[in-house]
Design a protein around this ligand. Structure first.
Ligand SMILES: [Zn+2]
Length: 149
């Protein structure tokens, strides 16, 4: 009972911010960051504004030429450095840990498929984000589009 309550509290806890995302990228095996550096085709395909929040959707081309959808949700539409949630449509996110880890740590925007812990593919829960999210993150936060307050 207590355990599940904690999990629920954790799940509905604050979203993460840009700084926490930097930490998650560091916690993810470095090969994922290395692979993200090889991605050159990252573009924003839409920005949806809501009353308070906004969602930015990217198209990211992976190494095999397949394109994936990456979505960043900003709780405050005027502050990309504030609280965020993320999503990527790639199989790595779905099967290798990020789908589960992002749920547990509060930055999952949408679920993908069955909600099962990745006990075989990511037993240590190290796979926090995929390379597509890293490349979109870099585009957003270190690109010409933004300046830190
Ligand atoms: Zn991905």
């Amino acid at each position: 009972m207590i355990k599940s309550l904690n999990l629920i509290n954790h799940y509905f806890h604050n979203l993460i911010n840009e700084e926490k995302m930097q930490d998650l990228i560091k916690e993810t095996p470095s090969i994922v960051s290395t692979r993200s550096a090889a991605i050159t085709d990252v573009s924003i395909i839409s920005t949806q504004l809501f009353k308070k929040s906004k969602m930015v959707t990217f198209k990211v081309t992976g190494s095999t030429g397949k394109t994936y959808k990456v979505v960043f949700y900003f709780k405050d539409k005027n502050d990309i450095w504030g609280e965020i949630k993320v999503y990527c449509s790639c199989p790595y996110t779905k099967w290798w840990g990020p789908n589960w880890n992002s749920k547990i740590e509060g930055y999952r925007l949408w679920t993908m498929g069955k909600d099962l812990p990745p006990d075989i593919r990511d037993p240590k829960r190290e796979h926090k984000v995929c390379k597509h999210i890293i490349s979109a993150f870099k585009r957003l936060y270190t690109g010409e589009m933004s300046k830190k307050k």
